[in-house]
Write a protein that binds this ligand. Structure first.
Ligand code: DSN
Length: 437
C-alpha cells in the first residue's frame, strides 16, 4: 500500500496514517482484542468493492449489479462454515455488537430476562451493561466469577437460572482468560429450557484452529468479531452449528411454512438493524477465512497461547497477581491491587515505555471502569509479528521494570528505546513498510 493518492491530495491525513503506522511498528501491541491483519486482508478491505450497494443476501438483493459481490459473499459464508464446522453463517454484521443485537432481536422480546457475565468480571458491554442497548432493552441478570478461582461460578449461575428463568443465557466475554465452559453452560440452559448463546469474539481464532474447545453441539447460536484472534478485518459474524425451526410460530406469509431460525437471523441483521453490507469488508473476511483454514494458522494459535501462558507464569514469578492464576487463551488479566496502582495509571505509563495495554476491571473491583484495578494484556498481535517465548521473557521483564519504576520518566523512556530495538527485528507488513520508507 503506497498511499500515493492520499499523498497527492491530503497531506494532513497522510501524516496521521504514517504516524499511526510508526506507532504500530515501533511499540509492543499488547491489547488482547487487537491483531495485525495481513497485507492481503488489507488489500481486500481497501478494494473497489467499497463502492457497491448490495442490501439483501446473495441471489436476493434490492440492487442490480450484484452478480460479483454475490459470489464474494457466498465464498465468505462457505469458508466460514468450513472453518467452524457449522451449518449456518452470516457475514454481514458490521461489528460484534451488531451481531449480538441481531441475535437478541431473533431470540428475545423487549423486556425478556437474559443472563450474562458481569462486565467487571470479564463480560462485555452488550451482555447487559446499563449504559448499553442490551441493559436498556432487556432484563439482564449478571453472573460472576468465583472470588478464589477467578472462574465462572457455576453454583451461582445454576441458582440464578432457577430463580430468574432467563430465556437466553450468554457465555463468553472480553476479559475471561479461561476456556469458555460450553458444556457446563449447556447443562444449565437445558435444565430451564433457555437458549444458549456464546459470544466468542475473543477466542474465535483459537476455536477455529481447534486450540480452544468447540461451542458445538452445546450452543444454539454463536457470535464473534473477525479481527481479534481470527486476524481478519474489523467486523462481526453469526453462526449456528445446526439450523432449527423457530419455536415462536412465525410463519412465512406466502408459503405458510414455519420459518427456520437462520431466516429470522438473516432478516434481523438486514433489514432489521443494518442496511447495505460492507462488501469490501466481507471480501476481506473471505480472505482472512482462507488464511485461517491454512494449517499454519493452527501453529500461530498454538504459539499465541504458549506466549500468553509464558507471560502469565513469568509475571506470577515476579509477584504479580494474575486473575484465575493463569490463562488457557491469549488473555492475561493482571490485578494491580497488591502494587497499589490503578489500571488507568499503569496503562498510561506503560504507553510511555512503548507497551500498549488497556486498563481493565478485575473481579470485585472497587474502582470505576475509567480507573480500574487491573490491566489486560494479550499476545495475538505480538505473535503475528513472529515473537516467541524468548521475546515474551524480555517483555515480561520490561513490564515489571516499568511498573517498578512507574514514576521515573527517564527509565520509561529507556525501556521505550529497548522496545524500539526489539520491534525492529520483527517487521510488520514487510511490503508496505518498504514502500513507505
Ligand atoms: N472492545 C473489545 C475488547 O477490547 O475486548 C470488545 O468489544
Amino acid at each position: 500500500m503506497k498511499y500515493q493518492k492520499i499523498s497527492e491530495n491530503d497531506n494532513k491525513i497522510l501524516k496521521l496514517i504514517e504516524a499511526e503506522h510508526n506507532r504500530q511498528k515501533s511499540t509492543l501491541e499488547m491489547i488482547a482484542s487487537e491483531n495485525f491483519a495481513s497485507d492481503a486482508v488489507m488489500e481486500a478491505a481497501g478494494s473497489i468493492l467499497t463502492n457497491k450497494y448490495a442490501e439483501g443476501y446473495p441471489g436476493n438483493r434490492y440492487y442490480g449489479g450484484c452478480e460479483t459481490v454475490d459470489k464474494v459473499e457466498d465464498i465468505a459464508r462457505d469458508r466460514l462454515k468450513k472453518l467452524f464446522n457449522c451449518e449456518y453463517a452470516n457475514v454481514q454484521p458490521h461489528s460484534g455488537s451488531q451481531a449480538n443485537m441481531a441475535v437478541f432481536h431473533t431470540f428475545l422480546e423487549h423486556g425478556d430476562t437474559v443472563m450474562g457475565l458481569d462486565l467487571s468480571h470479564g463480560g462485555h458491554l452488550t451482555h447487559g451493561s446499563k449504559v448499553n442497548f442490551s441493559g436498556k432493552s432487556y432484563n439482564f441478570v449478571s453472573y460472576q466469577v468465583d472470588k478464589d478461582s477467578g472462574r465462572v461460578d457455576f453454583s451461582q449461575i445454576s441458582k440464578l437460572a432457577k430463580d430468574h428463568k432467563p430465556k437466553l443465557i450468554i457465555c463468553g466475554g472480553s476479559a475471561y482468560p479461561r476456556f469458555i465452559e460450553f458444556e457446563q453452560f449447556s447443562e444449565i440452559a437445558k435444565s430451564i429450557n433457555a437458549y444458549l448463546m456464546a459470544d466468542v469474539a475473543h477466542p474465535s481464532g483459537l476455536i477455529a484452529s481447534g486450540v480452544h474447545p468447540s461451542p458445538w453441539p452445546y450452543c444454539d447460536v454463536v457470535t464473534s468479531t473477525t479481527h481479534k484472534t481470527l486476524r481478519g478485518p474489523r467486523g462481526g459474524i453469526i453462526l449456528m452449528g445446526a439450523d432449527f425451526e423457530n419455536k415462536w410460530g412465525i410463519v412465512a406469509p406466502k408459503s405458510g411454512r414455519t420459518k427456520m431460525v437462520s431466516e429470522l437471523i438473516d432478516t434481523n441483521v438486514m433489514p432489521g438493524i443494518q442496511g447495505g453490507p460492507l462488501m469490501h469488508i466481507i471480501c476481506a473476511k473471505a480472505v482472512a477465512f482462507k488464511e485461517a483454514l491454512d494449517s499454519s494458522f493452527k501453529d500461530y494459535c498454538e504459539q499465541v497461547v504458549r506466549n500468553a501462558k509464558f507471560i502469565s507464569s513469568k509475571l506470577i514469578e515476579l509477584d504479580y497477581k494474575i486473575i484465575s492464576g493463569g490463562t488457557d487463551t491469549h488473555i492475561v488479566l493482571i490485578d494491580l491491587t497488591n502494587k497499589n496502582l490503578t489500571g488507568k495509571y499503569v496503562e498510561r505509563r506503560l504507553e510511555r515505555a512503548g507497551i500498549t495495554t488497556n486498563k481493565n476491571m478485575v473481579p470485585f473491583d472497587k474502582k470505576s471502569p475509567l480507573v480500574t484495578s487491573g490491566i489486560r494484556i494479550g499476545t495475538p498481535a505480538l505473535t503475528t509479528r513472529g515473537m516467541k517465548e524468548t521475546e515474551m521473557n524480555l517483555i515480561s521483564v520490561m513490564i515489571d521494570k516499568a511498573i517498578r519504576n512507574i514514576d521515573d520518566d527517564a527509565m520509561l523512556d529507556k525501556i521505550a528505546i529497548e522496545v524500539k530495538e526489539l520491534t525492529s527485528n520483527f517487521p510488520l507488513h514487510k511490503e508496505c513498510e518498504h514502500e513507505m520508507l
